[in-house]
Ligand binder design. Sequence first.
Ligand SMILES: [Zn+2]
Ligand SMILES: [Zn+2]
Length: 338
Amino acid sequence: MRAALLREFKKPLAIEEIDEPAPGPDDVLIRVEACGVCHSDLHIAEGDWPQLIKIITLPLTLGHEAVGRVVAKGENVTNPAIGDRVGVAWIHYSCGDCEMCREGRENLCSSQKITGCTEQGGFAQYIKARASHALKVPDSIPSAEAAPLFCAGVTVYRAIKNASVQPGQRLAVFGIGGLGHLAVQIAASLGAEVIAVDIADDKLELAKTLGAGRTINASSRNAVKELRSLGGVHIAVVTSGSKIAYDQAFSSLRPAGALVVVGLPAEPLTFPAISMVAGEFKVIASAVGTRQDLKEVLELAASGRLKCLVESRPLESVNEVLDEMRAGRLTGRVVLTL
Ligand SMILES: [Zn+2]
Ligand SMILES: [Zn+2]
């Protein structure tokens, strides 16, 4: 099969012919139809995260937003069936038995295996997955649109869910990119009054069509002042990787408001303790999502209330996609199709 392999950190991926993976007794083999390209793929390829480099064995096939059809299964597998269309997420496997798993936090499992990181990923014609963690995709969602829900979608969904947004609350989304355009739709579907903040007018126009009641271009207007004039926001979700966006989001909170951490700036976030105490602010972080979160986000998409805007490219263009991502030139979510 064809696969895009990371053979060396900081080097382009190598498109090669390799053997198809053989499913173990609890696995399914999936013929990949689409796999989204996530910023984490770029971070892994660059060797940016020392804690992950330690657990990675090269060569590695990246990609943790894969959707395709089950073509073979191990002897213990009853579900999914051959022919079912399923998706594979960042969490390749969680043990079900550790303290975190028992608390329903399988996304924090201490024995978790990670797709496209500790396990071979979806930038390939076939991927092997644990049957228990391969989730069926509703028929109404095309594979290319479903793929990004398995990381980008579930990540923002869980983040907003963790913030316990209530109908009518003001929720600002900072950064309307691959994650942000999903955050706007999810927040709107939960009844929030959504305010989109970005520095690009075309992204703000898009946010309006997706359910944002207000937009603020932070390059030409004072986002903090405008949001404070509304009384501040109950929840600020930052999907941007910019520290400035975090500073603005924090300053835009109303008392008892919550800052939701999704985007990953390279530098540490710092907020004055006196302001945090005076406003009783909460900082909420969230790491991808559980299978239950995934089911909910897939249902939201199947109901038509969430649609991921994607651009499909062939597997062979993966290095150009990563280059464009590195240069910050990508607008929507790019999905490799096979
Ligand atoms: Zn991801
Ligand atoms: Zn566990």
